[in-house]
Design a protein around this ligand. Structure first.
Ligand code: NAD
Length: 491
């Protein structure tokens, strides 16, 4: 067991005020990795106070200089990539190659947002009066609160933290209780990169610490990623205090495969999207909507591939599917598989936990799934794929759009007309053509519709919208009272 994982507040590693601790556990072998401080409202308050104190000077640091610190953050992550990835695999179970990809997202985001230090573009536009000038500027907001899940312990926080910081805000971050050690290691990167004290604060703990952040009046923005259930609670509490909220929540993503699809390509992409990260990606494929003509060949190929998947500890070379994050997640998958059987779906492979230490479940595929079944509508968050048969593209698109969630969707077809119709009609925030439902790039907006989000997006230029306010500026250099002022046209 390693040493106690602490909070980072005002530039110092500190214990929680109460002295209470919890443990972070390796889901591949159920061994304790480290004890962790469990924070309560008083710890969150101290972190918010530190962020408030640091804000005035961070806000006034020229943005290009803030951007240079982010470039340094990118370089430090590059140097520590392997260590961060290994710790991530130990703490939440995804296989090492995927953990490296998670860390790489933060490197990409740090370089991208570092560049924003020399952009943060506003605009000018013509104004109605002579001798007058108008411009719109992005302004920082103040102290922002970030609440993140365990499944992308470095990528998701980086999508929030880096735009928030380059825009001049100070941050209090409450990571998931399942990934405290890798979160602390990520904060160390910012310390080494020279971020001034108090600009980034880390508070370890569970729901109570998250709630204290949401309800703290000094925190003006809450950016949350996690389940829809928690996200909506956060939304209601924050809205009552007039806060700006960005929500990225659950998914029930589908791949559509039409009869003319490239079978081999579709098989590889579906396998990776459904069983990669043990089905615990927000963008994981959990529905396969397949046209009648190609269905049985595709199911045969998928079952063959699922049989050969290596399930085990993600640190071991050759392992393709790691464990679920904890015993509760494993039970949830078991319960949904029972529901699927009861609903009349046909189990083609999997359907059982693996008899060994750790939270392992066999890659599972149901066929004969009907769109109204619970396994076709609810987020299972495990290695379970439900196959729904359709006759046409129109039927497939309608089924895709019929679930409460709207994160990502995909279609496999060689027909350009079908592909463009799908792009037009699929109502998810992300659409893929001849590619699985996972694998976003940081320069494009990321997020979903309906129960997946509240209209905000992460990544891309849009990430700045969560962490900035617009300030419109009018400069009258005529030296006299002009008509617009007399008429009070601006209201
Ligand atoms: P979760 O909702 O259980 O927890 C998310 C975070 O919220 C954690 O830090 C948790 O401690 C905190 N929290 C819990 N209760 C809270 C409360 N009452 N107030 C404030 N904070 C509280 O989610 P999870 O299990 O960590 O993550 C998995 C979920 O996240 C899945 O539903 C997945 O689809 C979703 N997710 C979505 C995206 C996306 O971008 N759309 C990305 C990754 C994960």
């Amino acid at each position: 067991m390693t040493e106690l994982v602490r909070n980072y507040i005002g530039g110092r590693w500190v214990d929680s005020r109460s002295g209470t601790v919890f443990e972070t556990v390796n889901p591949a072998n159920e061994q304790v990795i480290a004890p962790v401080v469990l924070s309560a409202a008083e710890d969150v308050e101290a972190a918010v106070e530190a962020a408030k104190v640091a804000y005035p000077s961070w806000r006034l640091m020229p943005a290009p200089r803030r951007g240079e610190i982010l470039y340094q953050v990118a370089r430090v992550i590059e140097a520590r990539k392997e260590a961060l990835a290994r710790l991530m695999t130990q703490e939440m179970g995804k296989v090492l190659s995927e953990a490296r990809g998670d860390v790489q997202e933060a490197i990409d985001m740090a370089y991208y947002m570092g560049g924003e230090g020399r952009r943060l573009l506003g605009y000018t536009a013509p104004v109605e009066m002579p001798d007058k000038f108008g411009m719109a500027l992005r302004d920082s907001v103040g102290v922002v609160g970030l609440i993140t899940p365990w499944n992308f312990p470095i990528a998701v926080p980086s999508w929030k933290m880096l735009p928030a910081l380059v825009a001049g805000n100070t941050v209090v971050w409450k990571p998931s209780e399942f990934t405290p050690a890798v979160s602390a290691a990520f904060v160390e990167v910012f310390i080494e990169a020279g971020l001034p004290e108090g600009v980034l604060n880390l508070v370890q703990g569970a729901g109570a610490a998250g709630e204290a952040l949401v309800t703290n009046p000094a925190v003006r923005v809450i950016s949350f990623t996690g389940s829809t259930e928690t996200g909506l609670k956060v939304y209601v509490k924050a809205a009552a205090l007039g806060k700006k909220v960005s929500l990225e929540m659950g998914g029930k993503n589908a791949i559509i495969v039409l009869d003319d699809a490239n079978l081999e390509l579709a098989t590889k992409a579906i396998t990776w999207s459904a069983y990669g990260t043990t089905g615990q990606r927000c963008t994981a494929t959990s529905r396969l909507i397949v046209q009648r003509g190609i269905k049985s060949a595709l199911i045969d190929a998928l079952v063959e591939r699922a049989k050969s998947l290596q399930v085990g500890d993600g640190l071991i070379d050759g392992v393709e599917v790691g464990p679920l994050v904890d015993a509760k997640a494993l039970e949830k998958v078991e319960q949904y598989v029972a529901v699927g059987r009861d609903e009349g779906a046909r189990l083609m492979i999997g359907g059982e936990r693996l008899d060994r230490a750790g939270y392992f479940y066999a890659p599972t595929l149901f066929s004969d799934v009907k769109p109204e079944m619970r396994i076709a509508r609810e987020e299972i968050f495990g290695p379970v794929l439900s196959v729904i048969e359709v006759d046409s593209l129109e039927e497939a698109v309608a089924i895709n759009n019929s679930v409460p969630y709207g994160l990502s969707s995909s279609i496999f077809t060689e027909n350009v007309n079908a592909a463009f119709r799908a792009i037009r009609d699929l109502t998810t925030g992300i659409v893929y053509i001849n590619h699985g439902t996972t694998g976003a790039e940081i320069q494009f907006p990321f997020g979903g519709t309906r129960a997946t989000g509240n209209g905000m997006r992460e990544a891309g230029q849009t990430a700045l919208d969560s962490f900035t306010e617009w300030k419109s500026v009018y400069i009258d250099y005529s030296g006299r009272l002009q008509r617009a002022q007399i008429d009070n046209r601006e209201g």
